[in-house]
Design a protein around this ligand. Structure first.
Ligand code: AMP
Ligand code: MG
Length: 387
């Protein structure tokens, strides 16, 4: 049994960063930017009016009058120069004409034909200066692109972006007892549920997922399904990973040429977690118990996918909360307890059985108990992973 941290390090070492591809900006949401981008222009590209009003020189006093010599709108610059005693009708987003140093908002003026009179003082210039948002050459560092990042890149006048290729993940469920949802199961059968969570989690992390057929518990069936996984970047199995007579994942993967990285880690739930390399892909063998498989996917598969897409800190982000109950000391395995956090207080569920999907579905956090963690009292600060 190796510690969780060492398992993570060994797993990440199995998979290099994916190659870079270029995609249109409109399709880049949630993709991982692979290289820094540099703005092609200043934003705003000119001194721009922040308000509807009148552009003029200096700081006018109430009662002063100005002659209106033209108009400037967004996308319609006024090309002349504003002199003393002159003004230009201006609208939000228009370039501030040469000679003007402020925009008086229209609410502080009274218009009479081609003249305006100032009725009140403005507090500011109402001008957004050139480059106030960003300068030409400003850098956007690699990151997972959020909608606001896409707007920023568009404003930089960049239409296509270099991103990491999406990881292709092949998911294999194993077990003689499994049938697909919607089928008519015999009383001794179980509905295959793990692959649905694994697929959804991997897709949310940017992967393209291939759900392969359920592999029955024979060497030949499992081999045949493994063969279908060729070409994937990551192969994920669920079930068949412990040491029972029907647990064939490790022996069959080895017979196909797997180089093992680890098998069994000091973790609850999910001790029979296995990793290696097979067919040029990273192989992650998840336990069959639904809760174990989903938690192990959260702890290992998702960081692996982030790492492959260029995330320099792919491990789950731990947060702090105060304990809502007393907890006994933890044993020799890290324990990730299903829990709920509300208003900064975390309370683990009474039953931590790794088969209870209904409990996992109610949970919004995994309370992390490190190896050998002493007993903890209500009110102490503990760490958790939001899920
Ligand atoms: P195994 O690791 O194959 O011994 O499976 C452990 C437990 O998880 C058994 O009760 C299986 O029936 C169950 N199980 C295995 N795979 C799945 C799956 N894909 N969906 C739901 N339950 C599963
Ligand atoms: Mg099984």
């Amino acid at each position: 049994m190796i510690p969780v941290e060492e398992a993570m390090a060994r797993l990440l070492a199995l998979a290099p960063a994916l190659p870079v591809e270029t995609v249109p900006l409109a399709g880049a949401r949630d993709r991982w930017l692979a290289e820094p981008l540099r703005a092609h222009r200043d934003q705003p590209p000119f001194d721009a009016s922040a308000m509807d009003g009148y552009a003029l020189q200096g700081t006018p006093e109430p009662g002063e009058t100005f002659r209106v010599i033209g108009e400037a709108g967004a996308g319609h610059a006024f090309t002349g120069v504003i002199g003393e005693g002159q003004t230009v009708r201006i609208f939000t987003g228009a370039p501030v004409p040469d000679g003007a140093s402020r925009v008086v908002i229209q609410e502080n003026t009274a218009r009479d034909g081609e003249f305006i009179t100032i009725t009140d003082r403005d507090s500011g210039t109402n001008i957004r200066s050139r480059g106030q948002d960003f300068r030409i050459g400003s850098e956007l560092a690699p990151r997972r692109l959020r909608p606001s990042d896409l707007a920023l890149i568009a404003a930089m006048n960049i239409a296509t972006v270099p991103v990491r290729r999406r990881p292709v993940v092949a998911v294999i469920s194993t077990g003689d007892e499994l049938v697909m949802p919607g089928e008519d199961p015999r009383p001794d059968q179980i509905i295959a549920s793990n692959s649905f969570a694994i697929k959804a989690m991997a897709e949310a992390e940017g992967a393209e997922v291939r759900l392969l057929p359920i592999a029955r518990d024979t060497e030949s069936a499992l081999k045949a399904v493994f063969e279908l996984a060729r070409g994937a970047d990551v192969i994920v199995t669920s079930g068949g990973a412990s040491v029972g007579d029907h647990d064939l994942v490790a022996p069959v993967a080895k017979s196909l040429g797997m180089e093992a990285a680890f098998w069994k880690i000091a973790l609850r739930p999910g001790k029979p977690l296995m990793a290696g390399r097979l067919f040029g892909a990273a192989l992650l063998g998840l336990p069959g118990n639904p809760v174990s498989s989903i938690i192990c996917a959260e702890l290992f598969l998702l960081p692996l996918l982030r790492h492959m897409q260029g995330d320099p800190a792919p491990a789950p982000r731990l947060q702090d909360a105060r304990l809502g109950v007393d907890l006994p000391a933890n044993g020799p395995r890290s324990h990730y307890m299903r829990a709920r956090v509300d208003a900064g207080v975390i309370t683990p569920f009474g039953s931590q059985d790794s088969a209870l999907l209904s409990v996992l579905s109610e949970a919004n956090a995994l309370l992390v108990r490190p190896v050998g963690d002493p007993a903890r009292a209500t009110g102490e600060t503990v760490r958790y992973i939001p899920i």
